[in-house]
Design a protein around this ligand. Structure first.
Ligand SMILES: NC(=O)c1ccc[n+]([C@@H]2O[C@H](COP(=O)([O-])OP(=O)(O)OC[C@H]3O[C@@H](n4cnc5c(N)ncnc54)[C@H](OP(=O)(O)O)[C@@H]3O)[C@@H](O)[C@H]2O)c1
Length: 289
């Protein structure tokens, strides 16, 4: 694979940073996305030193904000003519009670699902100019552990719990990426593929900064020794970004052991469409490309 331009969200830590390192070593131009200027600059410096590559740039945005995502997408388009690979990797876990972003959306779903939706949408044009654009979204095995989503309560205002919101946000990722395939067909955009990966259970900072409920803290503490390395966790992302096997492939779900099947128990085309329409509605003020 020749030198590609790859934007990785949440590349200041964990799986995103590991993927950035390996992909930079392969010679690709890496754009490290972060939310904190100092931390992102430090990550870029570290990656440059570790890989010997100077083709590592950065972009900043807080993914809790549609407005900030829009600003970052515009900044990307001003600087780069096209994008080969978008890796929607950033993710978060917040607290035991429903919390709103400054724009009024539930935080976990905003960062884990609505942010990938808007960023992908805003970057469709540069991705289509790649000739072989790839969008990879990091979901989770938890997509099957949050129970049923509530299609009349997408942001779980009435049905919130710490575990449910994370699982549902990761289920949304799969449905949103699936719908992007249809959307691009409908509007005649060609040459972009959309797939999801999951890292298994990898030792990262995920959830460490949030207000995790006490039983979850205990569970995570006991579970941590069983977790795998970030290297193993990042492998599905790297495979999806670079493998020839993934050429022209859509709607795959790849984990550390290879191709898997995403859970379909709550999936219907109607549910996918309700979610898509909801995303289109709430992100609408930020969608002019
Ligand atoms: N680790 C696992 O076992 C596991 C399992 C299943 C799925 N995942 C998924 O894997 C992805 C990577 O997570 P990780 O495990 O590598 O965790 P991590 O070490 O905590 O990395 C998460 C990344 O997302 C960024 N991020 C979080 N909230 C953000 C926000 N509001 N705006 C911008 N960036 C934000 C973080 O930035 P900061 O560095 O500034 O915090 C960091 O770069 C996530 O989507 C996660 O849900 C992880």
């Amino acid at each position: 694979m020749e030198d590609k331009i790859m934007l990785i969200t949440g590349a200041t830590s964990g799986i995103g940073k590991e993927a950035a390192k390996e992909l930079a070593k392969q010679g690709h131009t890496i754009i490290v996305h972060g939310r904190n200027k100092g931390k992102t600059e430090a990550a870029v410096q570290e990656l440059k030193e570790e890989t010997g590559s100077d083709k590592i740039d950065l972009l900043l945005a807080n993914l809790e904000s549609f407005a900030d995502i829009k600003r970052m997408a515009d900044e990307f388009k001003e600087k780069y003519g096209h994008l080969d690979v978008l890796i929607n990797n950033a993710g978060n876990q917040y607290g035991s009670t429903w919390e709103a972003t400054a724009e009024g959306h539930e935080k976990t779903i905003m960062v884990n699902a609505f942010a990938p939706f808007l960023l992908t949408y805003l970057l469709l044009e540069p991705l289509s100019k790649s000739g072989e654009g790839r969008v990879i979204t990091v979901s989770s095995a938890s997509h099957d552990q949050g129970g049923a989503p509530f299609m009349d309560d997408i942001e779980l205002k009435e049905h919130y719990s710490y575990g449910k919101v994370y699982g549902v946000s990761k289920l949304y990722d799969i449905w949103i990426m699936r719908h992007f395939v249809k959307y691009c067909e409908e509007i005649g955009i060609q040459g972009i593929t959309f797939n999801c990966v999951h890292p298994g259970s990898a030792r990262t900072n995920l959830g460490n900064t949030g207000n995790r409920p006490l039983p979850m803290k205990i569970l995570f503490f006991l579970w941590r020794p069983m977790m795998t390395s970030v290297e193993k966790g990042a492998a599905p992302t790297i495979f999806a970004a670079t493998s020839d096997e993934m050429k022209n492939k859509n709607d795959f779900y790849i984990g550390p052991k290879g191709f898997e099947k995403a859970a379909e128990r709550y999936y219907t085309e109607a549910n996918e469409k309700i979610l898509w329409d909801y995303c289109m509605k709430i992100a609408e003020p930020y969608m002019n490309v």
